[in-house]
Design a protein around this ligand. Structure first.
Ligand code: NAD
Ligand code: WQD
Length: 332
């Protein structure tokens, strides 16, 4: 059985859907940023019923009970907080959920001799000094507490792996996950005003917001707007299944980027969304957002070689699926 922490969240729920094709799954989620109805949606899509435990990864006793009661072979660890701006305002909350939460989980895994782990890291750890494309060996730096929690956890996992060769750890550095399951039943539903581009575009398309603010058009990029490596969340989810397969055959720790290797600008994203969904997105160019970099995209060589991973879905699919979910899934 695979323990998926944060399995009702955006990336976790899509990964659970992929895992259920061949595995039994136990989801541990405290519903901090997700809803229980996602469980029914997973059931609707897969016809399967994963075990769900509502609880916190920082709860040592609960983890002890879970590892005692269930035969967990591996853990995919998504649970954590991810809003960059909020992490600047309430850093201790981020260190607590992300770093302390991961530490508590790792201690429980060690106690119960579960040594296989896939961890959600982020391209944010490449910081603002590296040239694109970002490859796994580059030096890391972070510009906000959220990013620092990911960097600290990566270091903790490195130390752990060096201390005991029984650990098999895969750190996945995601680029910009967008889109939704093609059923329209699960997807991204940010609470409040979205921070990220695709959810914001969807809300403008729906008429919930009057226009998109584009944060700067004076970057050193082909059209001056920020360039990112958007990856369809279902491709990302498949990457986790491949990561798990790899872990079971190989010892040690690996760090792998999950992106498409192709960057798109904000304006390209807006135009593609408009074309695919036949809807216009009013926008205004405003000042740069503090902390943003001009370009961010992945070197995908390592993912191709060691995971045999390639993204299948393109920007059109990402825009169509995000919009379909916005109209179907979010409203049910
Ligand atoms: P999400 O917020 O949708 O999912 C996280 C889930 O974890 C939520 O369901 C939340 O309720 C749960 N959770 C939070 N704290 C918890 C705790 N202490 N105990 C138990 N459950 C808890 O986020 P997501 O987009 O699915 O991201 C999943 C992981 O991937 C996160 O670790 C995030 O930092 C990382 N990541 C996300 C992105 C992105 O752009 N979405 C990019 C890079 C990395
Ligand atoms: C994409 C582009 C913006 C909103 C963030 C986190 C990162 C990772 C993924 C977790 C940029 C522009 C955005 C808007 C805009 N998360 N934009 N108007 O900043 O690349 O990455 O999510 O690990 O850590 O920082 O993603 O979607 O916010 O922005 O013009 O209203 O869209 O400036 O160029 P970002 P994003």
């Amino acid at each position: 059985m695979i323990l998926v922490t944060g399995g009702l969240g955006y990336i976790g729920s899509h990964t659970v859907v992929e895992l259920l094709k061949s595995e039994e799954v136990l989801i541990l989620d405290n519903l901090y940023n997700s809803e229980k109805k996602v469980l029914n949606r997973i059931d609707q899509i897969t016809g399967k019923d994963p075990v769900f435990i509502e609880g916190d990864i920082r709860d040592e006793k609960l983890l002890d009970q879970i590892f005692t009661r269930y035969n967990i072979e591996s853990v995919i660890h998504f649970a954590g907080l991810k809003a960059v701006g909020e992490s600047v305002e309430v850093p201790l909350r981020y260190y607590d959920h992300n770093v302390n939460g991961t530490l508590t989980l790792l201690k429980a895994m060690a106690k119960h001799k579960v040594f296989n782990l896939v961890f959600s890291s982020s391209a944010t750890v490449y910081g603002d000094k590296n040239p694109v494309p970002f490859h796994e060996e580059m030096p890391l730096s972070t510009t906000n507490p959220y990013g620092t929690t990911k960097r600290m956890i990566e270091e903790m996992l490195g130390d752990l792996s060096r201390s005991d060769e029984k650990w098999r750890i895969m750190i996945l550095r995601y680029f910009n996950p967008v889109g939704a399951h093609s059923s329209g039943l699960i997807g991204e539903s940010p609470k409040g005003i979205p921070n990220n581009l695709m959810p914001f575009i969807c809300q403008v398309a729906k008429g919930e917001r009057p226009k998109l603010n584009i944060f700067g058009n004076d970057y050193n990029t082909p059209d001056g707007t920020g360039v990112r490596d958007y990856i369809h969340v279902v491709d990302l989810a498949r990457g986790h299944v491949l990561a798990l397969e790899y872990l079971l055959k190989n010892i040690g720790l690996e760090i792998v980027n999950l992106g498409t290797g192709r960057g798109y600008s904000v304006l390209e994203m807006v135009k593609t969304f408009e074309k695919v969904n036949q809807i216009s997105i009013p926008f205004e160019v405003v000042n740069r957002r503090s902390g943003d970099i001009a370009s961010c995209y992945a070197s995908t060589d390592k993912a191709k070689v060691i995971l045999k991973f390639d993204a299948h879905k393109n920007l059109e699919d990402m825009c169509a699926d995000a919009w379909y979910y916005m109209n179907l899934g979010e409203n049910q």
